[in-house]
Design a protein around this ligand. Structure first.
Ligand code: ASP
Length: 339
């Protein structure tokens, strides 16, 4: 915890420098699409490194879709990250099952859910989008498709994740907890005081003003076998409309699905709300429906409109998001929250 808090503090110092340099002002200021320039944003602290990979595509004038795919592959490959891709914590029965989605400005999209043994589910999601007439493939069928497409079958459960799962099995107490600075790790049965879920959601606008988004996760640690979260559900964990904007989410996926969260954020922007106002309202829909339950759960939304303006809002404190553009490549900001 202390480490995470210190890191956030240090990064936020960086974020104020970012604001002074005009970066944060530019986030809310520009209204001319052609002048907005390229920008990429993503969820949580690990978004900083992911954004840099996306930026290397955007800085060369590349397409937003290629940028978000390259970006989210960074946490998918990070062995220290136990909530995305390889080394993700497994389900209750010890299987690492991955959810991912990708969406382009014109409404093209692809997703995989409960996919096992493939290190980069985001690449499979893109193949579903580009090489099938479908949007979502799940489980064994998704794996079969991935293998047919030439992806390698691998063991994604690392010794460290297996050890954590075995520790959890001693009590086998399943209780997802909020990703926030105030979460009660003791209730989760998680070893080492770590939260048990997080997702990378990434949104980008390229130099031509094209939007795209990607979202990938191993979902809730120790989830029931077959559980699918919001991340691969288009309109829940991710939604992009090139004429309006894009949104993604993190946190307890069930709440996001119940409220069609990312679609709601984009529709609110269509009605004239800023990205910040839209994320705030989408969070409040969840809180108003379940005021008591909301005290213990985390949901965060991140949005970007077609001018490149950015907003974020969460139920709990502690939701960070990373911003990268021509002014600054390693910005990290703290989202406002209800509590
Ligand atoms: N939204 C993810 C899920 O429910 C988890 C997270 O972002 O923390 O699978």
């Amino acid at each position: 915890m202390a480490d995470r808090r210190d890191f956030l503090k240090a990064s936020l110092l960086g974020a104020s420098a970012f604001a002074l340099a005009g970066g944060a002002n530019a986030l809310a200021g520009s209204s001319d699409k052609s002048k907005a320039g390229a920008r990429v944003v993503s969820t949580w602290d690990f978004g900083v490194a992911a954004n840099q990979a996306a930026w290397s595509v955007l800085a060369k004038g590349g397409h937003a879709l290629d940028a978000v795919e390259a970006g989210v592959m960074v946490p998918e490959a990070d062995l220290k990250n136990h909530s995305v891709g390889r080394a993700g914590y497994p389900d209750r029965d010890g299987h690492v099952t991955l959810d991912a989605s990708i969406m382009d400005a014109d409404g093209s999209c692809g997703a995989v859910a409960a996919l096992e043994h493939i290190a980069h589910p985001i690449q499979v999601a893109r193949r579903v989008m580009e090489r099938t007439p479908h949007v979502l493939l799940v489980g064994d069928g998704a794996l079969q498709f991935a293998l047919e497409q030439g992806f390698k079958k691998e063991e994604l459960l690392t010794p460290e994740s297996e050890q954590a799962w075995k520790e959890w099995l001693k009590n086998a107490h399943y209780q997802p907890s909020a990703n926030s600075e105030v979460r009660d790790y003791g209730k989760t049965g998680m070893p080492g005081g770590k939260g048990n879920h997080d997702t990378i959601g990434m949104l980008a606008i390229d130099a031509s003003g094209r939007l795209a988004g990607a979202c990938t996760t191993s979902g809730m640690a120790w989830k029931l076998r077959g559980r699918v979260g919001d991340s691969p559900i288009i309109g829940a964990g991710l939604y992009v409309d090139g004429e309006v904007g894009a949104a993604t989410s993190t946190g307890v996926g069930e709440e996001v699905i119940r409220n069609a969260g990312s679609f709601l954020v984009v529709e609110l922007m269509r009605q004239g709300r800023s990205p910040q106002e839209a994320c705030h309202e989408a969070v409040m829909r969840i809180v108003r429906k379940r005021p008591n339950a909301s005290k213990d759960l985390q949901v965060g939304f991140l949005a970007m409109n077609h001018h490149g303006e950015v907003g974020a809002f969460a139920i709990q404190p502690g939701f960070s998001y990373a911003v990268c553009d021509a002014q600054r490549q390693d910005g990290l900001l703290a989202s406002k929250s209800v509590f």
